[in-house]
Design a protein around this ligand. Structure first.
Ligand code: 2PG
Ligand code: MG
Length: 404
């Protein structure tokens, strides 16, 4: 028995200084843990609602009125009882009363408290079958920010260093170095001018998509030469953000779906892209399948807004063979139990999983445990900023603890 004796939910600022929430869960053994929930900017339409109308204050009030008493006294062992109680207390399909972020914070804090009680790290509490914690995720490190994460940058949201080394210390080192080399290239390109950094710590500069890709490709090649580490270009197009009226709208032209598929496939070949997230709109299951047929042997084709970590949407993607990988974000579905159901389905069907941060993050490391526990192929968490580095540092600790 691991009875819950107290649950507290409190406001917390994320890395954009927007309000989010953190939860503290205490068990009758005295074991307790605290976790904060992140927030996205380029959210998928089918995600659960982060906060009810009225924002964080309304979420806190709804938690007090609807959820707290339902949780206290509950046996948290196994976690699903708590996550089911959160769904029941909310009573909507998308957490629109208590907020998906409230649910996320409580779910993660409960799993952490169970770990504290049983002297297990969080990753072990979450570990899927066959996962022994010795196989580490690659690093998906955002180096140039665009789209909704930057002002005045390229339309493509993220230009990524995808570092695939066995030892997480090597992957982290390679991704960080690519970020640094890109900074040097931008300094040469814009001598004496101010450069910025975006919401996820990547560079922001007045360059277009193609120029950003050139810089990224060169930086990855330089770091490979220098270090002999496996690091290659990746992108998250977050294409739903510039898809309007059936067209992908770039500053200089518009493309229909077929045109976009051709354009994306060309980019993968020309720039050696090995990680390709959301190349099409969030409803384009069949278009995604065409992209996967075209480039899926050379690149991970990753569904983010397409799946929103939702098991029903993933089932559809599996039937249509829409992608070979799925992004996993706990607060897209609101609980760890829902997240793990999606992960288990992905694993059963051979899709790679990528555990991901949000653009508005909290300076905590629990995402690294999620990545390790689900046997993720990648940890997407950026490379710069305390809230991103917290996850990288936690992965390094796990690497040392588990003997790499
Ligand atoms: C994404 C994420 C994280 P956001 O699109 O993958 O990089 O962005 O959290 O804004 O949805
Ligand atoms: Mg994305």
């Amino acid at each position: 028995m691991s009875r819950i004796t107290e649950v507290k939910v409190a406001p917390l600022y994320d890395s954009r200084a927007h309000l989010t929430v953190e939860a503290t869960v205490t068990l009758d053994s005295g074991a307790h843990a605290r976790a904060g929930a992140p927030s996205g900017a380029s959210t998928g339409t089918h995600e659960v609602v982060a906060f009810p109308d009225g924002g964080v204050p309304a979420a806190l009030a709804a938690f007090r009125d609807r959820a707290r008493s339902a949780l206290i006294g509950l046996d948290a062992a196994g976690l699903s009882s708590v996550d089911e109680a959160l769904h029941r207390a909310d009573g909507t399909p998308n957490f629109s009363r208590i907020g998906g972020n409230t649910a996320t914070a409580i779910s993660v804090a409960t799993a952490m408290a169970l770990g504290v009680e049983s002297h297990r790290p969080l990753w072990k509490v979450l570990a899927r079958s066959g996962v022994d914690g010795t196989s580490f995720p690659s690093i998906v490190g955002n180096c140039i920010n665009g789209g909704r994460h930057a002002i005045g940058g390229p339309e493509i949201q993220e230009f990524i260093a995808f570092a695939e080394e066995k030892d997480p210390a090597d992957s982290v080192r390679a991704a960080i170095r690519v970020h640094g080399v890109i900074g040097e290239a931008l300094e040469r390109r814009f001598p004496g001018q101010a450069l910025g950094r975006g919401d996820e710590g990547g560079w922001v500069a007045g360059i277009g998509n193609v120029e950003a890709l050139e810089i990224l490709k060169d930086a990855c090649a330089k770091v490979r030469d220098e270090t002999h580490l496996a690091v290659h270009p990746g992108i998250d197009m977050a294409a739903s953000e510039f898809f309007r009226g059936g067209q992908y709208r770039y500053r200089d032209r518009s493309l229909d779906e077929e045109g976009q598929i051709g354009f994306v496939s060309e980019l993968v070949d020309r720039y050696g892209i090995r990680y390709l997230e959301d190349p099409l709109d969030e409803e384009a299951f069949e278009g995604f399948a065409a992209v996967t047929r075209a480039v899926g042997r050379r690149a991970l084709v990753v569904g983010d807004d397409l799946y929103v970590t939702n098991v029903v949407r993933l089932e559809r993607g599996i039937t249509l063979r829409s992608s070979n990988a799925i992004l996993i974000k706990v607060n897209q579905v609101g609980t760890l139990t829902d997240t793990l159901a999606t992960v288990d389905l992905a694993r059963r069907d051979g899709l790679a999983t990528i555990a991901s941060h949000r653009s508005g993050e909290v300076p905590e490391g629990w995402l690294a445990h999620v990545a390790l526990g689900i046997g993720a192929r990648g940890l997407k968490c950026g490379v710069l900023g305390g809230e991103r580095v917290a996850k990288l540092n936690e992965l390094l600790r796990l690497g040392r603890a588990n003997g790499t």
